[in-house]
Design a protein around this ligand. Structure first.
Ligand code: ARG
Length: 564
């Protein structure tokens, strides 16, 4: 249901076009001033007329169309304000929901594939708060694209290559304690690594030993690979536990080492295309013309680099998945890296370089959680943040609703949801200062507030039981109800915009609007115990709102319990 489309089709002038009018039509913030508004100055140039004259003209077209979806329209300066016929609009919305089998159903497969590289953790390194944004933005985009009918491919481009893994093996063989590693996992591996560097200060043989082990990994030595495999298993076991808590999934864990045998053809290709030059012994692609430092392809000893692997990975993804878009959800610190990679791909003659996008985001810091960071050194483990949030959620629930069934599970859904929403509620590029207390508040722009509103809808329905009435769209004509009708009609468009901008927060903002509108409706309009048609219709609206909140939260990786 997209009334804006209908309107655009009715009024679009020849040399402007439906799409442009559609894009310009904006919901009016004040529902008493109309439902959608068209700022006509946008077409002045194309039509060589004043905005006011255009607005008058389009109003006439609309009047003449006799479209029963429109109640009236009014020209205000250079703006055309359009009022829907509320009964008609409500009727259409519900008819469409019925046809669809629900207000929010995933779109048909488009056949297009979107690769999303996110989380992309490093082996034997802690999974910390710094990974929160990439993990949940990527995880959410994954669900958003699936909802929109794309074939989404979630890729965890593991950091599993580099000389440090040789050092890790040498440290492990010298001081490793399997029982400790079993117990403390990545933390124990990290300690080994720290110890290696401390001892290497005095023991000069260590560096060489580490290098030798790395060489063995490169040469495929079974012992080296076995130990390295163990590091990988331990790390993945830990992160997968967190992924499960967050509801994040991947289709591929092909990390940096996966491209070991896939770089040579790319290097040859670069050379054949005359793109490689020598610089201080290293082999690079000169990007000076494009205002960038050179992209490093091979070190002077012939070793490949992060960029070499990313080039091979992009080519592989194109060949293997034939993506329509190839997204990298990686911190803005790697801006230059991706600009270089995309430029090199372009210079190689790949027109799909334009389909590669760096979905950058800001930094996260945690307010007042000193305790969390000191317990395990100076990194804040994501798992610990989630634990703390769940514990706080449990305390809140104990205070508000101590007899709640399934308290543990709901506390987990609320606590984890609060953290995720905290990460997805503001524009991704902003640095984020995160406060657990604020995230868990039931008032304000939080997940618990949205979850609570959803649970409120479900409980109204439950309390009402079966109401013998019929759907009467005129019941939804008052401002509070109609605001909701309008919003529900914007769900799909909202998800599309979130995908276009790679910005799950578009959905977050929308859900906050829906929840606020529902709570106003709930306060002002009685639902239960009215004339049967009134109760019935308001309940129908309530369940649509619940469905929209649940689906929307789900696209943000957040659960919506029926009770809390
Ligand atoms: N492991 C990298 C890091 O921690 C992120 C990898 C991002 N993905 C990529 N294809 N480069 O910085």
């Amino acid at each position: 249901m997209d009334f804006k489309r209908t309107i655009a089709g009715l009024i679009a002038p020849e040399n402007v076009g439906v799409d442009e009018v559609y894009a310009a039509l904006a919901p009016t913030p004040d529902i008493t001033k109309g439902d959608v508004c068209l700022p006509c100055f946008k077409f002045s140039k194309a039509l060589r007329k004043s905005p006011q004259a255009i607005a008058e003209e389009l109003k006439n077209r609309l009047d003449e169309s006799g479209c029963d979806l429109i109640e009236k329209s009014a020209v205000e300066g250079g703006y055309l304000n359009i009022f829907y016929n509320r009964s008609k609009a409500a009727e259409e919305l519900f008819a469409e929901v019925k046809r669809n089998g629900g207000a929010v159903v995933a779109k048909e497969q488009s056949g297009k594939t979107v690769c999303i590289d996110y989380s992309s953790i490093n082996i034997a390194k802690p999974f910390h708060i710094g990974h929160l944004l990439t993990t949940v933005i990527g995880g959410s985009l994954y669900r958003i694209y699936k909802y929109l009918g794309y074939n989404a491919v979630g890729i965890n481009h593991l950091g599993d290559w580099g000389t440090q893994f040789g050092k890790m093996i040498s440290a492990y063989l010298r001081w490793g304690d399997d029982a400790d590693i079993e117990k403390r996992g990545v933390r124990a591996l990290l300690d080994l690594y720290v110890r290696f560097h401390a001892e290497a200060e005095t023991d000069k043989a260590l560096e060489a030993e580490g290098r030798a082990w790395f060489k063995k990994i490169e040469d495929g030595d079974p012992q080296a690979l076995e130990i390295f495999g163990k590091f990988k298993d331990i790390t993945l076991k830990e992160v997968k536990r967190v992924y499960e808590r967050l509801g994040v999934e991947f289709d591929s864990y092909a990390g940096e080492s996966f491209y070991n045998d896939k770089m040579q053809p790319v290097i040859d290709d670069l050379r054949n295309k005359g793109l490689l030059t020598e610089s201080e012994g290293a082999t690079v692609v000169d990007l000076e013309k494009y205002g960038m430092p050179p992209c490093l392809i091979l070190k002077s000893d012939g070793a490949t680099l992060y960029a070499t692997r990313d080039l091979a990975a992009a080519v592989y993804r194109k060949n293997h998945y034939d993506f329509y878009k190839n997204l990298y959800v990686v911190a803005y610190q790697q801006n230059l890296h991706f600009r270089q990679i995309f430029k090199v791909l372009e210079l190689m003659g790949y027109d799909w370089a334009k389909d590669c996008v760096h979905v950058a985001f800001g930094m996260v810091s945690l307010e007042g959680q000193g305790a969390l960071s000191t317990r395990k050194g100076n990194v804040v483990f994501l798992d610990d943040v989630l634990d703390a949030a769940v514990q706080k959620a449990e305390e809140v629930i104990d205070g508000k609703n101590p007899d709640l069934e399934n308290k543990k599970q709901i506390a987990a859904e609320v606590g984890v949801g609060a953290v995720v929403f905290g990460a997805l509620s503001s524009g991704r590029i902003k640095d984020l200062s995160f406060s657990l207390d604020k995230a868990l508040s039931f008032e304000g722009e939080t997940a618990p507030y949205l979850q609570y509103t959803h649970a409120r809808c479900r409980s109204v329905a439950e309390r009402a039981g079966e109401v013998k009435g019929k759907f009467d769209p005129s019941v939804l004509r008052d401002d509070d109800a109609f605001t909701l009708v309008r919003l529900i009609g914007e769900f799909d468009k909202t998800v599309e915009t979130a995908a276009e901008k790679y910005e799950p927060s578009v959905i977050s903002r929308y859900l906050l609007d829906v929840a606020a509108a529902y709570n106003r409706f709930y306060l002002n309009c009685r639902i239960i115990g009215q004339a049967p048609d009134v109760s019935y219709t308001r309940l129908a609206l309530t369940s649509l709102v619940a469905e929209v909140l649940e689906k929307g939260l789900n696209l943000l990786l957040i659960k919506a319990p029926d009770k809390m």
